[in-house]
Design a protein around this ligand. Structure first.
Ligand SMILES: Cc1ncc(C[n+]2csc(CCOP(=O)(O)OP(=O)(O)O)c2C)c(N)n1
Length: 325
């Protein structure tokens, strides 16, 4: 199943939105952190893991999902949240720790939660697996439509939660798709340094389909995701969809990625200009329509950042609200 022209334009638009959002956050992150780096300073204190280069994995899968479905991402969630349709203004405000954020500024960039579109994420590696399979189990038990998708990095597949959840999801034939974003790194550790069996091959251990998509190409990811999503919707159980992708920046902002060779970095391809060119070459849209689309996306991202910056911080007296012990 190939994407329609409308789906392809949506995929480009969503990837660009993620990229411009990350660009804007990258700039904001450094405010107050120069000339001496201090992680606690500036409007965005703490760690920030961005999605530069990984945008295709989000759009190729999320293009198949509807309102009944649920999506969980990991600690690098911006591209997936945006492709899932999380409210951009409230997401930006959450990242800035503001009261108007998705969780009132308590979650920050690794803990985005938007019930309106069944989206969640977590800074704990492989944490999307349990809640994702739990949602899939609920859909099955309640005989309700909808599947769950959990995104993980290639490093997360060596965490116990990955195996435990895949085992149960397969046993109970849950409508669940486990997406692995293979950017070849877990911080500075390469996939080859951490395992001999890639995630998609491990599907055999759970007697479910496993597929590897090469090229970091939205159109190819879309086609492979169609198979995994259909498998889940037909009640055939889970599958593992592993996608080759690129982490164009360091693990987090401030990581200069000195562990990568110059040649390796020079060989990296940014998927967004490649896809933009393809859409124009294949006349999926005119140059004028592209210009309008890009201007609209920029306007939306600018408005989200302005909303976040203009919003108030929560009052210190509210710090313990919604904390349950
Ligand atoms: C359970 C757990 N262990 C360790 C960490 C620290 N940590 C944060 S990101 C990361 C690497 C994750 O690599 P990968 O899953 O490949 O995702 P990527 O960063 O490449 O997107 C680690 C070890 C964590 N957040 N949670």
């Amino acid at each position: 199943m190939k994407p329609t022209p409308k789906q392809r334009i949506w995929m480009y638009e969503s990837m660009l939105k993620s990229r411009l959002f990350d660009d804007a956050l990258f700039e904001a992150y450094w405010e107050g952190k120069k000339p001496v780096f201090h992680m606690g300073k500036g409007p965005l204190p703490g760690e920030m893991h961005q999605s530069f280069g990984q945008e295709p994995t989000a759009v190729g899968v999320c293009a198949h999902l509807g309102p009944d479905d649920a999506v969980g991402a990991g600690h690098r969630p911006h591209h997936v949240a945006i492709a899932r349709g999380v409210n951009l203004k409230r997401m930006a405000a959450e990242v800035f720790g503001k009261k108007t954020g998705l969780s009132g500024g308590r979650g920050g960039h690794m803990h985005l939660y938007d019930n309106n579109v069944n989206f969640f994420c977590s800074g704990i590696i492989a944490e999307g697996m349990g809640p994702g399979a739990g949602i899939a189990l609920a859909r099955k038990m309640q005989k309700k439509p909808g599947i769950a998708v959990a995104y993980n990095g290639d490093g997360a597949v060596n965490q116990g939660a990955f195996h435990e959840v895949m085992n149960m999801a397969a046993l109970w034939k849950l409508p669940f798709v486990c997406v692995i974003e293979d950017n070849n790194y877990a911080v500075s550790v390469t996939t080859k340094e951490s395992t001999v069996v890639p995630a998609w091959k491990r599907a055999a251990g759970y007697d479910c389909p496993g597929e590897y998509v090469k090229g970091n190409d939205p159109d190819l990811i879309f086609e492979a995701a169609a198979r995994a999503v259909q498998h889940a919707r037909e009640g055939k159980g889970p599958s593992i969809l592993e996608i080759e992708t690129e982490r164009l920046h360091g693990h987090f902002i401030g990581d200069s990625a000195g562990y990568r060779s110059k040649d390796e970095v020079a060989g990296q391809k940014d998927p967004i200009p490649v896809y933009r060119k393809r859409l124009l070459d294949e006349k999926a849209l005119t140059a004028a329509d592209m210009e309008t689309l890009e201007a609209n996306v920029k306007e939306e991202v600018d408005a989200a950042l302005k909303f976040a910056r203009d919003s108030e911080y929560p009052a210190p007296t509210e710090a313990l609200d919604r904390v349950y012990a």
